[in-house]
Design a protein around this ligand. Structure first.
Ligand code: AHR
Length: 684
């Protein structure tokens, strides 16, 4: 038979080579530089304009991103509604200070607020004198702030020394009251700030709003808000709020978190979800009308997809305000009568359509219009710049989607011809069977899949609706809780989107935020707790694209050996600050070999334009699965260096598993001579 005995040494070599190929050990261990070439045409008129809106953010109320996150409110379940309207109800996460011999706490439906009738009733049995003396610190209730059901740390109120906090609550009593309002450490022993509210019986015989400013004497990241008394009687509380005075532009957003957003200069913000918009059941979906008006009057709701209560302090108005504060265009996703488990029939969808129309009027209607007037009363007479709405989220495959969609589409087109509408159905590989301005495209996949999807839109039809890649991310084991590997794949994907930005007009990573006390989804771009924050490598990738929206994409051709995993693009843009023109080249080396990349920039007049290097920025790390953390928040972040020897022809070395950007300044030769001359003249 054709059987040959193979010597052991040959077998060993074969084994070694196969192992090397599967684990790419040649690249990791041995110097194995590869070479490639990137040809960039920078001549006038080369390439195409990139939409102003290309890169933005998607904010979803998930992982306590808003309630207990971006929205700086420190009290959770401030109206005691979270336990439901059946009395008596659970007042979680409120807790009681004192025992049943000193006070009885329950709920009733006596609130002065029509849309949230539940109030807390506190019957104090002890006093500061007589036979039954109250404990020295008094008895009452406390609120530890927000938490995750499975959290290891239950307290996330952060109180900072020297900062002021506005505490507001509503109170009623049958007798005079003396209430201590304080922030204290998690065990109640350390008092961080306190004030006393004293009112006569007649002052509080009806519901009365109390307001007090507390200035913190010390810092404590695990604090709680306490309402206590040493006076016998019955007191009702409702709508208890504690807000730091120091918020972004004074609008209620937590400074450190919103600055992470402002730093990536998002051109749009899609909100408020995601599945949060749909709900597991329609009765638990986010409904904008329930989220506007005075905060005290908002009923709040239980988001049954991500399984937590929100008081809706961050409501529709605040989302629009957030967009304005970030100088980003708002993209409102509304419920189209479809949740994960139930659907409104198309024949009865009109009330939902009217709700969407009213929502648009609220955002941009004249202050004299019905809903524009409500917005104006909330302090924003000028319309918000709402130009885009998404009709539902991920509902394309659902039975009533097309029927419902068309009802919304027709009504909105008629009332607001300029509003751009986004369909849930993917039009990247075939034409949609319904009219739309944009189609939504979501992708969560492995690193290698996403990297190869840098070509996803290469063959998409150039006519018809444009793509909005409103959710993308590497998930699963490649991603961990935010790995370099995931970020590199995403960088490759984004370069692909940038190169196809004639059809892809908007893109955003998802999810944006996670409160580390309540991880509902992994990974996320920004991780925080009560007082710390860091960006995952996926967040830092987005920094490389800050200049892309509104820039010009240059024609760039990559010539590489087919085994190399490189993706590259080149853009040019003019800065508004100093009116300079730059070229930025971005390259992802997804492989495990280092690469010597020769870059040639053509099309520039050698007599009038010179290229000089400004900086080279690299995102990489020792291990592919490296992540950032509270302990090491900057383990995987871009590093910048000065770019020496930059020219129209140059070679750069790309590290294995890296994302590199190179900024070149287009200098006018004649200008340089003039500047040099004037310098030498003045220095003589
Ligand atoms: O981003 C997390 C979730 O993923 C979104 O809520 C949903 O749209 C998608 O399925």
């Amino acid at each position: 038979m054709g059987y040959h005995k193979v010597p052991c040494s040959v077998l060993f070599l074969f084994l070694f080579i196969s192992v090397c190929f599967s684990y790419q050990c040649l690249a990791d261990g041995v110097e194995a530089n590869q070479t490639g070439q990137l040809l960039i045409d920078a001549s006038e008129g080369s390439g195409h304009p990139i939409p102003d809106t290309l890169f933005g953010i998607f904010f979803e109320e998930i992982n306590h991103a808003g309630a207990g996150g971006l929205w700086a409110e420190l009290v959770s379940n401030r109206g005691f509604e979270a336990g439901g309207s059946n009395i008596p109800s659970n007042i979680y996460p409120w807790s009681i200070i004192g025992d049943e011999s000193s006070l009885i706490v329950s709920t009733d439906r006596s609130s002065c607020f029509e849309r949230n009738k539940v109030a807390l009733r506190m019957e104090v049995l002890c006093d500061s004198e007589g036979t039954h003396i109250c404990p020295s610190g008094g008895v009452g209730i406390y609120n530890p702030g927000f938490w995750g059901m499975h959290s290891t740390s239950f307290l996330i109120q952060n109180i900072e020394q020297g900062k002021s906090y506005k505490v507001v609550f509503y109170v009623r009593s049958t007798a005079a009251v003396n209430i201590s309002v304080s922030f204290s450490g998690s065990n109640g022993l350390q008092t961080l700030a306190s004030a006393n509210i004293i009112a006569s019986a007649s002052d509080v015989s009806n519901w009365t709003k109390m307001e007090v400013l507390l200035e913190a004497k010390a810092t404590n990241q695990n604090s709680r808000l306490q309402l206590t008394t040493t006076k016998e009687g019955v007191i009702w509380f409702d709508q208890v709020s504690a807000m730091p005075l120091d918020t972004y532009k004074g609008q209620g957003f937590r400074n450190d978190l919103i600055e992470m957003l402002a730093d990536i200069k998002p051109r749009f913000i899609r909100f408020p979800g995601g599945c949060f918009v749909e709900g597991e059941w329609l009765r638990n979906a986010f409904r904008w009308k329930e989220s506007i008006g005075p905060w005290e009057e908002r009923p709040g709701h239980f988001g049954d997809v991500w399984m937590y209560w929100t008081d809706d302090g961050l409501g529709y108005f605040e989302f629009l305000q957030l967009a304005e504060d970030l100088d980003a265009l708002p993209i409102w996703v509304f419920n189209n009568g479809i949740s994960h488990n139930d659907q409104v029939d198309t024949s009865t969808i009109l009330p939902f359509v009217q709700e969407a129309l009213d929502g648009i009027e609220f955002a941009r209607g004249d202050p004299n219009s019905e809903w524009g007037a409500v917005r104006a009363a909330m302090g924003h007479p000028e319309p918000f710049d709402l130009r885009y709405v998404a009709i539902g989220n991920e509902d394309c495959g659902k039975k009533n989607y097309r029927g419902n969609y068309l009802k919304f589409y027709d009504a909105i087109r008629r009332a607001y011809p300029d509003i751009k509408m986004i369909s849930n159905c993917d039009g990247s590989s075939h034409q949609l069977d319904h009219p739309a301005d944009f189609y939504d495209f979501h992708v969560y996949t492995s690193a290698s899949n996403l990297f190869s999807m840098s070509h996803q839109f290469d063959r998409t039809s150039r006519t018809g609706p444009k793509a909005f890649v409103s959710e993308y991310a590497v998930t699963g084991k490649d991603a961990g809780t935010g790995s370099l590997l995931a970020a590199l794949a995403e960088a490759g994907f984004l370069i692909g989107l940038e190169k196809n930005s004639d059809v892809v007009q908007m893109a955003s990573y998802a999810p944006l935020f996670v409160n580390s006390n309540d991880r509902r989804w992994n990974p996320d771009a920004i991780v925080f707790d009560s007082y710390q924050v860091y960006g995952t490598p996926s967040y830092w990738v987005q920094h490389f694209f800050i200049e892309s929206s509104g820039a010009t994409l240059l024609n760039a051709t990559l010539q590489t050996n087919s085994s190399m995993s490189l993706v590259a693009s080149a853009i040019t843009w003019q800065t508004s600050k100093d009116d300079q023109t730059y070229i930025r080249i971005k390259v992802v080396n997804f492989g495990s070999n280092s690469v010597n990349l020769k870059i040639s920039v053509s099309g520039l007049d050698p007599n009038s334009v010179k290229l000089s290097g400004t900086k080279m920025t690299v995102l990489t790390s020792t291990n592919l699965m490296d992540e950032n953390s509270f302990k090491e928040p900057t383990k995987v972040v871009p590093t910048e260096s000065l770019l020496k020897n930059a020219d129209k022809e140059m070679t750069v070395q790309l590290s294995p598993h890296s994302f590199t950007s190179i900024d070149l300044l287009k200098e006018s030769v004649s200008l340089r001579i003039t500047e040099a001359d004037s310098t030498s003249v003045s220095s003589i």
